[in-house]
Design a protein around this ligand. Structure first.
Ligand code: FAQ
Length: 311
């Protein structure tokens, strides 16, 4: 029997298949994806800033080369993600305009300062670690282009996470001062990393519908718990202390439960009042303005190509 578009879409989701750009999809599904994917893209390019600040201060040539490669990967991730959002009909210019006008979100984590070289370790290990935890679940998200972008991004993030771990390991096993520097960095980054997974499930307005559409496969709190569980043995391997005196192991669920999280701090950052929100936005707008000549040159070249008579 003939089926309407909605039924075909529902059956696709039910069967765990992927929705592709040319498939019919509900408007709200499209809007939710554009929101999430563009926020994710913005996070990647704003996320270049805390580490870019340390490239000129890396402690060796090798460390510098690795850090440059990592920051460049983040730019690349932003580009895959903007492209995935474009397959839904969003325009790159509009998405960037929204970001520059302060109307789009990007991850709360990038509004904290990177104070010392050890922060490069903490960002790679904890921030990329939390990103992987979230993105492994997104490899099975229902929208095909987003899911496929996640597979490649996760591979690159795994390298990022190992380089962060290795920076911290070297510091932790170094002098007393270096060990202290590593501990101080994880003390500052651990809680903000837990906030990357979003508000608690009970206060997450988008979760119910996004789970029903299989855009999200695992809830905010469940991903956060998985991340905490991954951190426990790794903190031990690093010889560092987990900055959560109220962390507890739940015998019933077999999972680690973090102590309370300061959600007021999270909401302040989302409202634009975090430690570095203004600075990150100022730098982003300046980078965009400084790149205007590159966009103009590319557009002029493309125009010349189309104007050239066919051979
Ligand atoms: N920061 O209802 P929910 C990286 C917003 S990793 C800011 O739970 P949802 C790699 C949320 O947008 C970081 N805003 O929302 C890297 C919503 O606002 P809206 C990027 C947040 O979407 C590493 C409202 O709160 N990763 O960049 C945050 O169902 C190192 C209510 O929340 C991703 O974006 C937050 N932490 O779930 C780069 C992953 N949390 O729009 C450089 C993809 C929530 O309704 C260096 N995104 N909000 O006004 C997702 O998985 C989801 O969007 C969640 C939020 C889980 C983040």
């Amino acid at each position: 029997p003939p089926r309407d578009d909605q039924q075909v879409f529902d059956a696709l989701i039910e069967a765990d298949s992927r929705v592709e750009p040319r498939d019919w999809m509900p408007d709200a599904y499209r809007r939710t994806l554009v929101r999430q994917i563009s926020q994710h893209a913005h996070s990647e390019i704003i996320g270049m800033q805390p580490e870019a600040n340390w490239i000129t201060r890396a402690p060796s040539l090798k460390r510098k080369a690795i850090l440059i490669a990592k920051v460049q990967d983040e730019g690349g991730h932003g580009l895959y993600l903007y492209s995935a959002a474009q397959t839904l009909g969003a325009s790159r210019e509009d998405m960037l305009d929204q970001l520059h006008a302060g109307k789009a979100r990007y991850s709360s984590i990038f509004n904290y300062p990177a104070r010392t070289w050890a922060d490069m370790g903490a960002i790679g290990w904890l921030v990329d670690g939390a990103a992987i935890c979230n993105q492994v679940a997104l490899c099975r998200t229902s929208y095909g282009p987003y899911a496929r972008a996640m597979v490649r991004i996760c591979k690159e993030e795994s390298f990022h996470q190992r380089q962060g771990f290795e920076i911290l390991l070297a510091l932790s096993r170094g002098t007393e001062e270096q060990h202290q520097m590593a501990q101080d960095a994880v003390d500052r980054w651990y809680r903000p990393a837990l906030m990357m997974f979003g508000p608690p499930d009970a206060e997450s307005p988008n979760s119910r519908q996004s789970m029903a559409w299989k855009i999200k496969r695992v809830s905010n709190d469940e991903l956060r718990r998985r991340f905490v569980g991954m951190c426990v043995p790794q903190f031990e391997a690093l010889g560092l202390t987990m900055p959560d005196p109220e962390l507890r192991f739940d015998e019933e669920t077999g999972q680690w439960e973090p102590g309370p999280i300061d959600w007021d701090e999270f909401h302040e950052i989302l409202a634009g009042r975090g430690p570095l929100n203004a600075e990150r936005m100022r730098r982003r707008r300046a980078a965009h303005d400084e790149g205007a000549w590159v966009r103009d040159a590319a557009a002029a070249y493309a125009r010349k190509q189309t104007e050239r008579p066919a051979p």
